[in-house]
Ligand binder design. Structure first.
Ligand SMILES: [Mg+2]
Length: 428
């Protein structure tokens, strides 16, 4: 059996962990630069706060309804996610981290009597409840758990768990015929992997509900639609077609870019920003134990301004490298070439477009290679930043004040990843 564990309104839930005074209150989280709303918890949704709307448009409405607003705090969300995933391992024989707030678990055999369907379903439901209670007790993150014989059924179960109060956050689909009534009410678009396109094509063929699709002939579906949809039908019938995906493939391209908090006109802050992005890209490169051979540097003004200017430059590096110093050097040189004065730059970025693995590396006998001094220095840099928080050691080229940095005026402290942000408790 598979389980899908999904954190409820994850970003908002993370914000509530160290702010118990906000439990049960409406919360929204904003995107980079406090641009628009990217997450709302249940209470905020109930107050009709729209998703993905520009913050400035609803600012007054949020204030009036006393909705708490946070800038996105990815350091916090990343760390809490890692803790949840770590805890989930104990409940699974195998696991796939599906996204920052979701994981598929392969459940252990619960050793129950296969002939007794209702006892069976209850045992899985209880197991799901234990997962839910444990994550809440240990990390204070609410989760929903969906259980089924396939990944598609587990996903569907988690959808039901969220919708129905009776489920108490956990739904186990064990005996399919019993679900006819419920499945008949769920539209096909709620099924994992069925997008708007498929949903409307199915509708044209008079297939509206999950139950209808489940009863289609898989071969007919394959001929009329695709192999993928055939697999979905098989999965809905409890026949697993998808296993856990363990290996996250290494990225073939790394892009580090951001919009600035305010527009930049001068060369120096633009150089600082590009150095910062180059440094972040290099760090990612080293995490996947790879080297860059080509980088692409771009700067751009706002699309909405007259004279839109968005040049880019591709640079072949002298040797494959992941040394931040080298890449900062070439990225700054590129900006120097691209920069034109009297323009208001809104965004810049560094993309590492050609990546090769560090080991085994195919060497050209005569070609230069990265020195061991470089390797050692970068290792020291990464270790310091891992131990003491990212940005503890950095290159002066990245600037100290970073006035161009994106706005995150309402960011909560990085409670779990920065010593200075450690929460304090007063005991009187
Ligand atoms: Mg979620």
């Amino acid at each position: 059996m598979f389980a899908l564990v999904d954190c409820d309104s994850f970003f908002a839930s993370c914000e509530q962990i160290f702010r118990p005074d906000l439990r049960g209150k409406p919360i929204v989280v904003l995107s980079n630069n406090d641009g628009c709303i990217v997450a709302r918890n249940r209470q905020a949704k109930a107050l009709q706060v729209p998703d993905l709307v520009a913050y400035f448009k609803v600012k007054q409405l949020l204030e009036k309804q006393q909705i708490e607003v946070f800038s996105s705090n990815y350091e916090l969300y990343g760390d809490i996610s890692a803790r949840v995933m770590d805890r989930l391992q104990d409940f699974a024989t195998d696991m796939e981290i599906y996204s920052i707030d979701e994981a598929f678990l392969l459940l252990p055999d619960l050793n129950i009597d296969d002939t007794n369907a209702s006892q069976n379903s209850n045992a899985y439901w209880q197991y799901g409840r234990t997962i839910k209670k444990t994550i809440w007790k240990d990390i204070r993150v609410p989760v929903s758990v969906g259980i089924g014989a396939t990944k598609t059924l587990a996903k569907l179960a988690s959808h039901i768990a969220k919708q129905s109060l009776r489920c108490q956050g956990v739904c186990a689909i064990v005996n399919l015929p019993r679900w006819q009534k419920v499945f008949s009410r769920i539209p096909v678009k709620k099924i994992w992997g069925i997008g708007r396109k498929y949903a409307s094509r199915l509708q044209a063929d008079h297939i509206y509900s999950v139950w209808q699709l489940l009863n289609c002939n898989p071969k007919t579906i394959q001929r009329r639609y695709s192999v993928n949809l055939e697999r979905t039908v098989e999965e809905l019938n409890g026949i697993p077609c998808y296993g856990l995906e363990k290996e996250i493939p290494d990225k073939q391209q790394i892009i580090s870019s951001r919009s600035f908090g305010k527009k930049i006109t001068e060369l120096e802050p633009l150089q600082q920003a590009i150095s910062q992005y180059a440094s972040r890209a290099c760090q990612k490169l080293r995490t996947q134990n790879a080297l860059a051979t080509t980088i692409n540097v771009f700067i751009q003004t706002s699309r909405f301004e007259e004279d839109y200017y968005a040049p880019a430059l591709s640079i072949k590096l002298p040797c494959p490298t992941n040394d931040t110093r080298t890449i900062i050097h070439f990225a700054r040189q590129a900006v120097w070439q691209l920069y034109k004065p009297h323009r208001r730059y809104a965004k810049a970025g560094v993309a590492i477009t050609e990546i090769i693995s560090r080991t085994p590396q195919q060497l050209d006998f005569l070609a230069p290679v990265q020195s061991s001094h470089s390797e050692n220095l970068m290792q020291v840099l990464d270790t310091i930043n891992q131990r003491s928080g990212s940005g503890t050691a950095f290159f002066l080229a990245q600037g100290i004040q970073q006035k161009w940095k994106m706005n995150r005026f309402m960011k909560s402290p990085s409670y779990t990843t920065r010593w200075l942000d450690l929460p304090c408790i007063m005991i009187r």
